[in-house]
Design a protein around this ligand. Structure first.
Ligand code: AR6
Length: 177
């Protein structure tokens, strides 16, 4: 176990050439909008079929599990369910748990590289600065065998926020909610 290289990437997570991409799903685990929709579209029906087979009762908020990557360049999708800030789920530990559990699942799969979206920062409306901070802080603090960990931002402004946060070592949490 050691500390992986953590990098910021600007782009579409579905095109990342990594062993596993992380999906910001919901507890039903049957697809949705945002990055979830993009991953199911790009990966094809094998992902939904695997969700139904492997997660007949869905997945709990804060937890992670894996499915095939289907037609994606990535071999696996690590499905996580972030807290729905807009819906009143504001326990930051649940957000941190998504990142930690995803790395645990990646270790079970012996994945060497993984790409994360900014979990809960879209439809679920977690405040962006704090979502970036939770991602960087948790990924830095979690021991793993994964060597290459990427945070993929979908727009330039968010990418800059992740880069700025990565450039700083450790800081107190931002309280912007
Ligand atoms: N590549 C990288 N990042 C992306 C992409 C992409 N292709 N598409 C969106 N993002 P969201 P959530 C960014 O809404 O907030 C779904 O309906 C986006 O800009 O995908 O956890 C699920 O089914 C944002 O920064 O996930 C759930 O019901 C981040 O990914 C719910 O939305 C997360 O935004 C989950 O909401």
């Amino acid at each position: 176990m050691s500390t992986p290289t953590l990098t910021a990437v600007l782009g579409d997570i579905t095109t990342q050439r990594v062993d596993a991409v992380v999906n910001a799903a919901n507890t039903a685990m049957r697809g949705g909008g945002g990055v979830d929709g993009a991953i199911h579209r790009a990966g094809g029906p094998a992902i939904l079929a695997d969700c139904i087979r492997r997660f007949p009762h869905g997945l709990a908020t804060g937890d992670a599990g894996w499915t095939t990557g289907g037609d994606l360049p990535a071999r696996w999708v690590i499905q996580v369910v972030g807290p729905n800030y807009a819906g009143g789920q504001r326990d930051r530990a649940l957000l941190a748990s998504c990142y930690r559990r995803a790395l645990e699942v990646a270790d079970e799969l012996h994945a060497a590289s993984i790409a994360f979206p900014l979990i809960s920062a879209g439809v679920y409306a977690w405040p962006k600065t704090d979502a970036v901070d939770a991602a960087v802080t948790t990924l830095r603090a979690t021991p793993t065998h994964v060597r290459d960990v990427r945070i993929v931002a979908f727009d330039a402004a968010t990418h800059r926020m992740v880069e700025d946060r990565l450039a700083r070592k450790e800081q107190p949490r931002t309280m912007d909610r």
